[in-house]
Design a binder for this molecule. Structure first.
Ligand code: TXE
Length: 504
C-alpha cells in the first residue's frame, strides 16, 4: 500500500507530557483522592502521564463550589456587556496558546496536528465568540394578548451544569458546552474523557485567569466513578453529554433519578447517498472526507456509502484506489492524512469488525489490518467493505473508525429505505445535482441533519443533534439557550383587579 506507513519506529511525543494531571476546583488545582490512571500517547502506545481520579467526594466539592458561586456571587446577574467581554477573553486565551493546546490535544487523541491547528482550535475559539454574539441579541418575550394583563417571559440561568466530554475531539466539542453554559450565566463542572484530559485541563487552567472562582471546575476520572457521581449529584441542574449511545442510556437513567434534564449527542451510522446525478469527482472527494476525517472517529461520519447502481462499480474502484494512497502515520507529520486511533482498546474494537464483516458475508475491499511495523502506535489501514446487505453489522453498528461500508441502490425509494433502516439518525449526506431528488430525499431522511453536496458543515446558529438513538435534544444557538436557561413566566394586571371576595 503506497500511501501507508513508512518505517516509523521512533515517533516523538508532540509535547513534553505533563508528569501528572489533576482537576481544578475554585480556581485551584485539586489533589484528587481517587486512583491513578495511566494515559497513553496513541502515536507510540507508550504511557506518557498519570491522571489522578476525582472521587465522589471531589465531585461533591466541585458541585458545592459551583453552587456557591452561582447563588452567592454576582456571576449569574452579570451584565451582557461584561459577559461578552469575558467570552471574548476566553477566545483570545485559546488563540494565544494555539501551539501548546494543539500539541496537548494531539498527545491525548492522536489527531493530526495540522488539522488540530487548522480547524479544531479555531472552532474552539469561535465557540466563545459565537455565544458572545448570540447573547448580545438574546431577548425575552412579552404577551399582552389577554385583556387587562401583561405577561413577561424571562430566561434565567439554569444553575450548575455538568458537562461530559468525549475523547474524539475534546477541544472542539467541550468548548461548545463550556461557552454556551457560561454565556447563559451558569456555573459548570467539566469532566473530560479519562483518556484525553490534557488539552481540556490546560484550557481550564487558562480560563481560570478570566473566570471568577467556581464558574468552571474540572473533575477527572472514569465514567462509572467520576462521571456517574457528577450525573447523580442532586446539586446539578443540567447534564450535557457527548459520547456513545450505550453510555448515554446509563447517564440518562442516573440523571432521571433527580429529573435532571439532559442533552445527549450520541453515535451515528450516517448514510452518504450518492446519485448518478451528482458531480462525480466531488462526490468521491466528499465520501473520502466523510469517512476518513478525524482519523475516522466522528459521530457524523458518512460510514454507510450508498451508491446508485449505474455508477457503483466505477465509484467503488476509484474510492478504493484513492484509499490505498492515503498516508497513515505520524500525526506530527504534515503529509499525514490519518493518524493513530485514540486507544488500543478502540483500535481492537474497530479491527474486530473485519471478522464480523467476513461472518456476515461482506467482502473486504481494502485495508482491514493493524499497521504497526516496529511502532506500537494504534495505526490501522483505512478500510472499506462491500456489504452483503444493510443488515450486516458493518452497516448497523457504529464502528467509529476509518471503516466504510458500500451498498448499491437502484431507485430513490430503495435509497430512502436503506438510509432510514438504522437505529441511529444523526446525519444524512446527499450528493446530486437534481433539485427534485435533493428536496425529496432531504424530506424523507429520519436524521437531525442533512448535508447536501458537502461534507461536514456546522452552522452553529442551527440545531445539531439526532433522531432515535443518536441523541436527545440539540446543540446550537437557540437550542443551547433553551437548554441552559429556565423560563419564567411573570403575569401582571395592567390595572388593579376587581377580585371576587371569598367569605364576604
Ligand atoms: O465512550 P463513552 P467510549 C461512540 C463510539 C465509541 C463508543 C464508545 O461508537 O466506540 O461510543 O466509546 C464518560 N456516567 N462515541 O465507551 O463511554 C466518559 O468518561 C457519566 C461517540 O469510549 O461514551 C467520557 O468522558 N459519564 C461519540 C464520556 O462519557 C460517563 C464520542 C464518553 O465516553 C459514564 C465518543 C457514566 N456512567 C464515543 N460512562 C460522539 N457522539 O461523538 C462513561 N462516561
Amino acid at each position: 500500500m503506497k500511501g501507508l506507513l513508512r518505517k516509523m519506529s521512533v515517533f516523538q511525543n508532540p509535547i513534553e507530557p505533563p508528569h501528572i494531571v489533576k482537576g481544578w476546583i475554585d480556581n485551584k488545582q485539586n489533589n484528587g483522592s481517587g486512583i491513578e490512571i495511566p494515559i497513553f500517547y496513541p502515536g507510540t502506545g507508550k504511557q506518557v502521564s498519570v491522571l489522578i481520579e476525582d472521587s465522589e467526594e471531589d465531585v461533591n466539592k466541585a458541585v458545592l463550589s459551583a453552587r456557591k458561586t452561582f447563588e452567592k456571587s454576582s456571576w449569574r446577574r452579570l451584565s451582557v456587556e461584561k459577559r461578552i467581554e469575558i467570552l471574548e477573553s476566553c477566545r483570545k486565551l485559546i488563540l494565544d496558546n494555539i501551539e501548546e493546546l494543539a500539541r496537548l490535544e494531539c498527545l491525548g487523541t492522536g489527531l493530526i496536528l495540522r488539522e488540530i491547528k487548522g480547524f479544531h482550535i479555531h472552532r474552539a475559539a469561535y465557540n466563545f465568540r459565537f455565544f458572545a454574539q448570540y447573547i448580545s441579541q438574546a431577548h425575552g418575550e412579552r404577551y399582552d394578548n389577554t385583556e387587562g394583563y401583561i405577561t413577561l417571559v424571562n430566561r434565567e440561568p439554569a444553575g450548575v451544569v455538568g458537562l461530559i466530554a468525549p475523547w474524539n475531539a475534546p477541544l472542539a466539542l467541550a468548548t461548545m458546552k463550556i461557552a454556551s453554559a457560561i454565556a447563559f450565566g451558569n456555573c459548570a463542572i467539566l469532566k473530560p474523557s479519562e483518556q484525553t484530559p490534557f488539552s481540556l485541563i490546560k484550557l481550564a487552567s487558562l480560563l481560570q485567569d478570566v473566570l471568577p472562582e467556581g464558574v468552571l471546575n474540572l473533575v477527572n476520572g472514569r465514567g462509572p466513578i467520576t462521571g456517574s457521581s457528577l450525573v447523580s449529584h442532586p446539586g446539578v441542574d443540567r447534564i450535557s453529554f457527548t459520547g456513545g449511545t450505550v453510555t448515554g442510556r446509563k447517564v440518562m437513567m442516573d440523571a432521571g433519578k433527580q429529573l435532571t434534564p439532559c442533552t445527549m449527542e450520541l453515535g451515528g451510522k450516517s448514510a452518504n447517498i450518492i446519485f448518478a446525478s451528482a458531480d462525480y469527482q466531488r462526490a468521491i472527494d466528499g465520501a473520502l472526507i466523510g469517512i476518513f476525517s478525524n482519523n475516522g472517529q466522528q459521530c457524523l461520519a458518512g460510514s454507510r456509502i450508498l451508491i446508485e447502481e449505474k455508477i457503483f462499480d466505477q465509484f467503488v474502484e476509484e474510492f478504493v484506489e484513492r484509499t490505498k494512497k492515503i498516508v497513515v502515520g505520524d500525526p506530527l507529520n504534515d503529509e499525514t492524512e490519518i493518524g493513530p486511533i485514540a486507544s488500543k482498546q478502540h483500535m481492537e474494537r474497530i479491527l474486530s469488525f473485519v471478522e464480523k464483516a467476513e461472518e456476515d458475508g461482506d467482502k473486504l475491499l481494502v485495508g482491514g489490518k493493524r499497521h504497526s511495523e516496529e511502532n506500537n502506535g494504534y495505526f490501522i489501514e483505512p478500510t472499506a467493505v462491500l456489504a452483503k446487505s444493510n443488515n450486516s453489522r458493518t452497516c448497523q453498528e457504529e464502528i467509529f473508525g476509518p471503516f466504510a461500508s458500500f451498498i448499491s441502490f437502484s431507485s430513490e425509494e430503495e435509497a430512502i429505505n436503506i438510509a432510514n433502516d438504522t437505529e441511529y439518525g444523526l446525519v444524512s449526506y446527499i450528493w446530486s445535482d437534481h433539485l427534485p431528488t435533493i428536496m425529496r430525499i432531504s424530506e424523507e431522511m429520519r436524521s437531525g441533519v442533512v448535508w447536501v453536496n458537502t461534507p461536514m458543515m456546522r452552522e452553529l446558529r442551527a440545531p445539531f443533534g439526532g433522531y432515535h438513538n443518536s441523541g436527545v435534544g440539540r446543540e446550537g444557538g437557540y437550542s443551547c439557550e433553551q437548554f441552559y436557561t429556565e423560563e419564567k413566566t411573570i403575569s401582571i394586571p395592567k390595572a388593579p383587579l376587581n377580585l371576587k371576595k371569598f367569605g364576604k
